[in-house]
Design a binder for this molecule. Sequence first.
Ligand SMILES: Nc1ncnc2c1ncn2[C@@H]1O[C@H](COP(=O)(O)OP(=O)(O)OP(=O)(O)O)[C@@H](O)[C@H]1O
Ligand SMILES: [Mg+2]
Length: 291
Amino acid sequence: MYNIEIENLTKRYKNCVAALDHVSLMVGSGVYGLLGHNGAGKTTLMKALVTVLEPSGGSIRVCGFDTKKQGNDVRKLIGYLPQELAMYPSLTAFDFVSYMAELKGIYHKNAVYAALEQVEMLEFAKRKIGQLSGGMKRRIGIAQALVGSPQVLVVDEPTAGLDPEERVRFRGVLSRFAKDGKTVILSTHIVEDVYQACEELAVLRKGGLLYTGTSAGLMKQVEGKIKSIKLEYEEDLVDLQKKAVVISTTYESAGLTARIMDENMVFTEAEPVPATLEDAYVYFMGGKAHA
Ligand SMILES: Nc1ncnc2c1ncn2[C@@H]1O[C@H](COP(=O)(O)OP(=O)(O)OP(=O)(O)O)[C@@H](O)[C@H]1O
Ligand SMILES: [Mg+2]
């Protein structure tokens, strides 16, 4: 059973940009990653999913409800953390989350406390939003999405700008939430977050889907073809780029090392190195030069 069924979703903005072009995606329970560069269409997809934005074509069903025809039912099932959430600095953390809960029709104080507890912010409940750190504000953002324990949680780039410890904490909150058949959709351009937190992922590029499946499945496609090559001069890089997709380069005191995807297996003398999800992602996005 899929919690989210997206079929042929297309969104054209007024300036004619096809932000999404016939995207079809089925999402079951667990944490699902939506990976893509700036402008790939992640936010557009999420906004259509939470009914903030009307698609130009296609359909979305959330737990069987159609976002166009049964918007109210869909909204009751969803918690949403927008990429940019406006918060009122003079409200306390508790009052802000209560206010957001009331907009959803949830009036129980206990639901607000439960959400604050899930993000470890109970002890700061009475503190004004304006006096919280960036990471704490983000936790309040997730708390307002968690209120009422929705079936589907949609979080748009929640880890951007967080320190490593806060990111680990965040992933923990999402993983704990995604039990019992619930779904979390997490958009990001941080490959590490997807690798650590998501069972499955979709890679979006310029409004189209490049890949859907597991991280392991994505890595398998480049396995044995990722190689590390030492170069003496930077000019050699131009030559190398003609023969292979350069994933990354590291500069050293003498020369540099390039990590490449040897698509055509022409670098037979070079040793393959273990592939990472980052390698696979950068390769599918067109390599370093286009990244
Ligand atoms: N309101 C809008 N009007 C016109 N074009 C828009 C609008 N919102 C987004 N776009 C365009 O749609 C495309 C997809 O944007 P979107 O915000 O969905 O990408 P994104 O993957 O979320 O990017 P980011 O990682 O920067 O948040 C981009 O080309 C963007 O310029
Ligand atoms: Mg976005």
